[in-house]
Write a protein that binds this ligand. Structure first.
Ligand code: HEM
Length: 282
């Protein structure tokens, strides 16, 4: 028991020191952090992300094939022919597009209402709110990628970096536009002119998401330093080394809460662990 408490005490002292400011880590410190995990996404968040992504991919695949009038055509003829072959005819493709869109909208409305406090407000706080570190992140990250700035000079980030947040803003804004314009077009709610404006906004909103999707998928699934983030969208967890390096403010917030809880619980059993203030005074 004593040995375990000593080990815990050492881990906590290291964390408290790292909580002061991000800094270069020794190899041993890196090893310790790499072996610890923290929860990033819950089951509901992971499920929503993938169902939402699946719906988007289906809606984009069918929506772009539905734009086949000569003055509107967006995709090459061979693509439209393949999609026609899959669905049999254009009307069936349109029905499938509307059915999936209704399912997608219902899911998001359900999530917005029943997950308002736990998910929607968290999403707004973590993904849609920018501070001065976020504003400084984009140019700093660009310089870092071309080797002109050290990683340690990039402003620290919260649960999501400014690039991820920018995409979340585009997706959220476009989602609202699509949820308004989609029903107007599908159920002819309004005059001909309203429906035509709805078509324009529907197209622009969908294309804004398509434009960012390539970067999002590349950064999330293929970019080597973001690999732990990709797996976090499956397992819900990231290792602490990744969190410390790339999402320092989020790492700090979670660790501070964790330690406050931990030390106060152990105090009840008369076990004293170093407290935040003690370490910060050193
Ligand atoms: C199919 C390919 C996709 C992959 C591989 C992918 C991957 C990921 C990963 C790994 C994250 C987590 C990032 C992190 O925790 O740091 C993420 C977050 C996110 N993705 Fe995707 N994504 C895909 C499609 C989409 C689509 C189609 C959309 C919407 C149009 C989307 C919207 C988002 C948003 C808004 C977040 C932030 C979510 C949150 O707060 O949990 N993703 N994605």
């Amino acid at each position: 028991m004593d040995e375990r408490i000593n080990k815990l005490s050492e881990d906590i002292t290291l964390d408290h020191e790292l909580l002061n400011n991000p800094r270069h880590l020794t190899l041993e410190e890196k090893r310790i952090l790499a072996n610890r995990v923290m929860k990033k996404h819950g089951v509901a968040g992971v499920t929503l992300h993938w169902v939402n992504a699946g719906c988007w991919l289906f809606l984009i695949a069918t929506g772009t094939a539905l734009l086949s009038a000569s003055y509107l055509q967006f995709m090459p003829n061979w693509y439209i022919a393949i999609m026609d072959g899959i669905f049999g005819n254009r009307a069936a493709m349109l029905h499938a597009h509307i059915a999936v869109a209704v399912f997608w909208m219902s899911l998001l409305i359900f999530y917005g209402i029943f997950g308002f406090k736990n998910y929607l407000l968290e999403f707004i706080k973590n993904d849609l709110t920018f501070d001065k570190d976020d504003i400084g992140w984009l140019p700093a990250k660009a310089k870092n990628l071309i080797g002109k700035l050290s990683h340690y000079d990039i402003p620290p980030q919260g649960a999501y970096n400014a690039g991820q947040k920018a995409y979340a803003v585009v997706v959220s804004f476009s989602t609202i536009i699509l949820m308004i314009t989609g029903p107007i077009m599908a159920f002819h709610l309004g005059s001909e002119i309203i429906i035509q404006w709805a078509m324009l906004f529907h197209f622009v909103a969908a294309m804004a998401v398509v434009a960012g999707i390539f970067v999002h998928v590349y950064m999330a699934a293929l970019f080597p330093e973001e690999r732990p983030a990709f797996f976090s969208m499956i397992t819900g967890k990231v290792n602490e080394l990744y969190a410390y390096f790339f999402h320092y403010k989020w790492w700090k917030e979670i660790k501070t809460e964790e330690h406050e809880f931990f030390t106060s619980e152990l105090k009840k059993d008369k076990i004293h662990l170093p407290e935040l203030d003690e370490c910060n005074k050193k």
